[in-house]
Design a protein around this ligand. Sequence first.
Ligand code: UDP
Length: 329
Amino acid sequence: MKLLICGGAGYIGSHMVKRLLEKNIEPVVADNLATGHRQAVPENVSLYQGDIRDGAFLDKIFRENKINGVIHFAADSLVGESMKAPLKYFGNNVGGMQSLLEAMVRADVDKLIFSSTAAVYGEPENIPIEEGDRKNPVNPYGESKLMMERMMRWVCLAHGLRYVALRYFNAAGAADDGTIGEDHPVETHLIPLILQTALGQRDHITIFGDDYPTQDGTCIRDYIHVTDLADAHLLAMKYLIDGRESAAFNLGNGTGFSVREVIEAAERVTGKPLKVELGQRRQGDPAQLVASGKNARRVLGWQPEYTSVEAIITTAWRWHSIHPDGYEK
Ligand code: UDP
């Protein structure tokens, strides 16, 4: 089996590629390397460098490879940036999905696993969040991903393509062997920022608001390990290959940790006390996002391996300690 991994040089995509190779499934990577890293893709994997908004680029990949299905990670994914540059998100994420769907229809490739997000829900009506709950994104990032999900649904009806949308909560951690991990051009995510502080690369970690309606006033998120996410994609592809119908699943541990709890866990893992400052709320951040992952467990048979935030941070700390400056530039 050969799968096209759009965004396979990025953080989650590269862990997907690693997992596929471990399972003897051949990945073909498409990545514009805007935020991905060539070094995150093993040399024996075909890497097509280009933008998925370029239909001719995608046609060439489909022509040169017999692709059985697509796993799509190629998108901008920063909540804060999306508030400041919404059109970048609609252009790249929604435009990218349109171009990918068009190329898949042309090439007659009919299975798509899509990296969606908890941000499609906005401020949740219930905790834990169920897949059928109200979707009311509070930032352009979440809005763009919801639009992408809806585009797939209509293409499914018109062209018979089937998809699984996987709504991740907070992806974190790194490959167990420390070979690949998180390295963003401008780091904005909580766990890498905390670990860079532990490495002495930053003076302090800022908590974005402590006046949320949560037990310690800081935002609560559901952290899920990146290789557990990769496993869910593989199970979702198997689900489509088995002929099952299009669906959306939440991917989370079902347990929330506050920003303060994550900082304390990182202090335990690294053995280093961290300087913490209190800052303003970040625009577009819901107070609490925790998944009900029961459908992914029941329907896909997904069983996350990393269920504690310490275990997740331990793998991330290994990556950051071995690669303090990320991938070689
Ligand atoms: N956060 C924080 N300080 C930081 C970065 C993030 O307090 O320097 C908080 C952020 O407000 C959110 C949580 O940590 O509540 C996780 O943020 P991240 O950017 O890692 O992921 P997101 O929830 O945006 O996907």
